[in-house]
Design a protein around this ligand. Sequence first.
Ligand SMILES: [Zn+2]
Length: 211
Amino acid sequence: MRDFPTSFFLSSALALGMTLTGSALAEIDMTTQSQPWTDGDLTGLSVCWEHPGYSEEKAWVASVIEREYAAKAHLFFIGWSDCAETPDARIRLGIFDFPTHTKGMGRAIDGMHSGITLNFTFSNWNRQCQMNRRACIEGLAVHEFGHAAGLPDALIPYQGDEGSCVGKSIAHLSALSFFLDDRSIMNDCNNDWHAAALDEVDVAALVRLYP
Ligand SMILES: [Zn+2]
């Protein structure tokens, strides 16, 4: 949804243990940005990997996404093979040592090159994650797949100090009739993001998008 990586803030701020303060609500209109997949897509959204290697890390991602999205929200991401073998896959995953990010919400990334970018090495970005790679990879993946499913970031963008959770507010996503709070995996200042778990507010939002 942004040209600038969406989760830059997540890992840099959260790894430092910063907390969200001052969560005053504000209204923003997300209707033009979130594009839920249509019914026909939901029996299984095919996912592929654009880059070879990293079989263990790829298995972590596929496993945590199944655990969270299939089990809790009945959203099924399937396939997980090389994009060369499945060029028609809907969601293409790139692996770069950049801030993790997703290039749009929901079907806005349909077939898009590196629609989701994940980071498995953390050599340049978010180096704290080298100590805790699996939790970082899983937590970031659950956040980015939230965007792929159509969820926005829970924080109001560009508010407060860049790189800090101080002064950030939760966005009240009234136009989509759901609400994400500070427990959401879509909240970049959620101190529990390493748990890589969809909160009930995330599941409720997904149910709203996919009734
Ligand atoms: Zn995000």
